[in-house]
Design a protein around this ligand. Sequence first.
Ligand SMILES: NC(=O)c1ccc[n+]([C@@H]2O[C@H](COP(=O)([O-])OP(=O)(O)OC[C@H]3O[C@@H](n4cnc5c(N)ncnc54)[C@H](OP(=O)(O)O)[C@@H]3O)[C@@H](O)[C@H]2O)c1
Length: 346
Amino acid sequence: MNAIHCASPPPAPFSLPPAKGGGIGSQGNRLFVFGVGFVGRYVSNRLLKQGWRVSGTCTCPVRKRELEMMGMHDSFLFDANKNELESLHTLKDATHVLISIPPLSGCLGDPLLTLHHKDLQSTLNHGNVQSLCYLSSTMYFCGAGVYGDCGGAWVDEDSAVNPATETAKARYAAEKGWQQLGCELDVPVNIFRLGGIYGCGRSAINTILQQKSLSIEQKMREMKLYTARVHVADIYQALCASFNLSSSSGRVYNVVDDNPAPREVVFDFARHLIQKRWPEKAIAFRAQDKAEDAEFSQKSRKIEGEKRVSNARIKKELGVRLLYPSYKSGLENILNSMYDNHSQLQ
Ligand SMILES: NC(=O)c1ccc[n+]([C@@H]2O[C@H](COP(=O)([O-])OP(=O)(O)OC[C@H]3O[C@@H](n4cnc5c(N)ncnc54)[C@H](OP(=O)(O)O)[C@@H]3O)[C@@H](O)[C@H]2O)c1
């Protein structure tokens, strides 16, 4: 069952800006993705199908080959800590840049900004960039003690930010750094603060089917009352909607679903879905999983500073209508896609 692959979820209903000049030639829309990981790959795949010219970076040859197979026009092996920007020859032509490389905590912070700020400035200054999109995280809204105990109050993009952990500080500094670069270039920068990302191949269903043990960090999150999460298809929707804005000086957007449920509840629902389709597999895993959870919760500390993250702005300003407003519809779609694909292989 571990080898089951997932069919693509339905395409987002957004109409994207037409490629300028009527095609994907030198005048067309060109996306450059720094760090084609889970989100970058999803977005790239869909924009390629819309006729965009897409290029991006990864750090290993196997991933590069996968990107080529997907149809990416130019993929580059690039480690921001080691390599220079000059090898990324399509960057200067990009109309849209998506930054998906996470910052490192500590003095290096965002490696692109720390090590390549000047090169980014000169490369993009003479280019065609219309929009910089930085993928950030809602995580610092829930670091212990950030806001004290707010009893699970809602926070939005205007709420005061006071990141407490080193990771959260690095993330916030990266947001500010990209906004600063946008000012220098006179290019709008949109910051997308993402909840926990899931989709086909990365979800509670996959974790259970692959019988993966949860990391300590995942188990800590499991103890929380509220975890913001978002299906990757809805991240794509928000990005596309921002591309469609005719005039914007750049905004911060929380990209999360409507239902910040506890992780434990989400896993219970995923087990329930699996159990309906593959009873033996789910029951066998449940016993093992529950025993580990019980052991962990005895050792774990209390999680403080819980928050619920509002998505009102993406609905109001970007007109996003979530494809997966709750983990329930998201997981159901993932399981159905797996099942359909599995049946076709039989
Ligand atoms: N996962 C979540 O639930 C979550 C939640 C909120 C926000 N975020 C953030 O949102 C962004 C997108 O998430 P994702 O899940 O799509 O991330 P992902 O799959 O981990 O992709 C990150 C990409 O960054 C690349 N990368 C990492 N360090 C690099 C470096 N030093 N130099 C060059 N490239 C580097 C990775 O390359 P290789 O894989 O080739 O090494 C990968 O392509 C990330 O910044 C992530 O931290 C994630």
